[in-house]
Design a protein around this ligand. Structure first.
Ligand code: SAM
Length: 285
């Protein structure tokens, strides 16, 4: 009986530029018994380029549940296994969660071989605060659920990071402007580390214009970095009191504008609050 269990290595691979693979990643991929890959053909091409011969086994969203017991058994039998995804770090909006949690539950060793991740690459060049970051992955594809999720995120003060498909980039920027507000700074990083790497920067509507105007902007992979909500200097109760006074003299829009200017709160937020107060007052009659 083998008392020495194997190690599950979680290996990051490049997000575009094949030279971004680490020396250690190459050593681990060469040494393990099996490389579990999201797409064996894709990883096969990477390994060929690196001159690495490895036994590949598919492990993707649709077969992970059945692969997990097989891979756990191999680890328990003493084999080392590397998990890779198509690009970047496995589990970061990529398959692998089931396998890693099962390995952890079994008390097996799970070890990272860190490297590329589009989120970290985009954050490193965004020039937006990185002291607190909320990685939001892909927004839901349904329009309604996407808006609900953005609504939830609208009050978060951390810098937000999203992955987005090229087909939805314009719709997502529009939804961000509508729900998070037009004053959000956005960095849309396209095709990072690749030939057509492009970084669009500015307020969300400027970025939307740049993306729409650039013919190449409709192609490639995007990571969006969005500035967080600015912390208001007044509490909601104080804002309501202020608005209540203003609403006795002004309409909802004007009251919101005055409150936003004088209290340094977001126009959008002041407007929503003012509307709510006016509607509640109207309902009392
Ligand atoms: N696990 C990967 C990682 O660590 O970056 C992410 C996988 S996720 C399925 C793929 C998404 O990552 C793409 O749709 C895009 O939003 C983002 N992405 C991947 N490569 C990128 C690149 N070169 N430039 C910008 N974004 C990229």
């Amino acid at each position: 009986m083998n008392l020495q269990t194997g190690t599950l290595f979680i290996v990051a691979t490049p997000i575009g530029n094949a030279d971004d693979i680490s020396v250690r990643a190459c050593a681990v991929l060469s040494a393990v018994a099996v490389v579990a890959a999201e797409d064996t053909r894709h990883t096969g091409r990477l390994l060929d380029r690196l001159g690495i011969k490895a036994k590949l086994l598919s492990c993707h969203e649709h077969n992970e549940a059945e692969r997990v017991p097989q891979l756990i058994a191999r680890l328990q039998a003493g084999e080392d296994i590397a998990l890779v995804s198509d690009a970047g770090t496995p589990l970061i909006s990529d398959p692998g969660f089931r396998l890693v949690s099962a390995a952890v539950n079994e008390g097996l060793i799970v070890s990272p071989v860190p490297g590329c991740s589009a989120a970290m690459a985009a954050l490193s060049i965004a020039g937006l605060p990185t002291d607190a970051v909320l990685f939001a992955g892909f927004l839901p594809s349904s329009e309604v659920r996407r808006r609900v999720r953005l609504q939830e995120l609208s009050i978060r003060t951390e810098t937000l990071v999203f992955y987005e498909s090229v087909h939805r980039i314009a719709a997502t920027l529009t939804a961000i402007a509508d729900i998070l507000g037009t004053d959000r700074r956005v960095v849309a990083a396209r095709e990072l580390t690749k030939l057509h790497e492009t970084v669009y920067r500015g307020l969300v509507e400027d970025v939307l214009v740049q993306v729409n105007a650039d013919v190449g902007g409709s192609k490639g992979e995007f990571t969006l970095v969005v500035g967080g909500a600015t912390e208001s200097l007044v509490t909601d109760v104080e804002l309501d009191k202020f608005l209540q006074v203003l609403l006795t003299y002004l309409g909802v829009k004007q009251a919101a504008e005055v409150a936003a200017k004088l209290l340094g709160v977001k126009k959008n937020a002041a407007y929503k609050r003012a509307l709510h107060l006016r509607e509640s007052a109207d309902n009392q009659y």
